[in-house]
Design a protein around this ligand. Structure first.
Ligand SMILES: Nc1ncnc2c1ncn2[C@@H]1O[C@H](COP(=O)(O)OP(=O)(O)O)[C@@H](O)[C@H]1O
Ligand SMILES: [Mg+2]
Length: 346
């Protein structure tokens, strides 16, 4: 038995199960803890937990909204946590990501955030178009719009500082563009249900967000991208794949995923590994789009929680020197092995 005690947040998930079987395999002492339990901090102390592993399901609003408070307190009393605060404080928050990536001198798509309507309108008068409007939360392109003209931008700006946005809007617009009527109806019903669920029934599902935005988030539009490149970094391993979108919908969204490593631009791998090192991120997925004019990749968004299946379907990964290591790798095993190393366990 090794001396260190881990806490693993108890929940039904493949990720936690991998951590549990890893501990059992290597004789690492662990307790299953409920991080949302009233006395979690006291429990961690009483159990002598030195490291806490907490898998965040991407769509679990409760975790995304409240976990940071618990993690911050745990770290404050010396417990190492996955995900750590540097790794997770900006999760699902494009505004935080903008500031963080700028502070790390990361190559990021030029992004403009305004907190004052008049100031935003004055900027819009001089800006070039198209631009991309986003809400700070959301995924799958639900809260992303292409603003082709200055007039469109002006209307959306008034809306952001006025009535605001509903969760339904992005989704419905996207669906109406689909051609098969039956699918449109089914998808519409699903979105209505999801939205009602978010606002009135439970805290889970797609993100709830205030109707009034009170901010305006705009980004330069990078044209000519027929998809994006996702690099997922765990420690100093980089997994890469391309997600191809349809040409009529600028939100690539990534219906078709291509795992061919020869299609991955090495610059993306270099940037992702460097920013993860600099930002002390335990794990992070980077979505890159290409600035065709400057011929270089720029970060569109980052996420500390990403689909393990996709990363594990990669035929191998690159190490910190960009050497290719053949063979798929289990993400959670990589995470827990890095985590134990930071706790002084080989
Ligand atoms: N600045 C941009 N220029 C061109 N396309 C963009 C831009 N921002 C986003 N997109 C497209 O829209 C998709 C969704 O945007 P993204 O910021 O990733 O939001 P989400 O969090 O919903 O995934 C991206 O995958 C990309 O295809
Ligand atoms: Mg995205």
């Amino acid at each position: 038995m090794m001396e260190i005690t881990l806490g693993i947040h108890q929940q039904k998930s493949v990720e936690s199960d991998v951590w549990i079987s890893y501990c059992e395999r290597y004789g690492i002492r662990y307790h299953l803890v409920d991080c949302f339990e009233r006395n979690i901090i006291k429990n961690l102390k009483n159990l002598g937990v030195r490291g806490l592993l907490w898998h965040w399901p991407y769509y679990d609003t409760k975790t995304v909204r409240f976990a940071k408070s618990i993690i911050k307190a745990a770290e404050f009393m010396g417990v190492k946590v996955f995900p750590s605060i540097p790794t997770c404080w900006h999760h699902n928050d494009k505004i935080s990501q903008k500031y963080l990536l700028e502070s790390l001198d990361a190559p990021v798509i030029p992004t403009y955030v305004f907190y004052d309507c008049q100031e935003a309108l004055a900027w819009i008068r001089k800006a070039s178009f198209p631009k991309v409007l986003k809400l700070r939360e959301g995924s799958g392109g639900q809260h992303v719009w292409l603003l082709k003209t200055r007039d469109e931008a002006r209307i959306m700006c008034q809306k952001a500082f006025g009535t605001g946005f509903y969760a339904l809007e992005g989704g419905c617009r996207k669906m109406i563009k689909k051609t098969r009527p039956a699918k449109v109806v089914v998808d519409m019903c699903r979105t209505v249900y999801q939205t009602l669920k978010t606002f009135y029934i439970s805290d889970n599902g797609i993100d709830g967000f205030p109707m009034r935005a009170d901010y305006l988030y705009l980004q330069d539009y990078l044209q000519g991208n027929e998809g994006d490149t996702r690099i997922s970094v765990i420690g100093n391993r980089a997994f890469g794949f391309r997600r191809l979108g349809s040409s009529e919908n600028f939100r690539a969204g990534g219906k078709k995923v291509v795992y061919d490593p020869s299609l991955i631009d090495r610059e993306c791998i270099k940037i992702a590994l460097a920013i993860s090192r600099k930002g002390k991120f335990q794990s992070m997925a980077y979505d890159f789009l290409f600035d065709q004019e400057q011929g270089r990749p720029l970060i569109c968004e980052i996420s500390c929680v990403f689909g393990r299946e996709a990363a594990q379907r990669c035929p191998g990964y690159w190490d910190s020197d960009l050497n290719w290591i053949d063979g798929p790798l289990c993400c959670e095993e990589a995470i827990i092995s890095d985590f134990l190393e930071t706790l002084g366990m080989p």
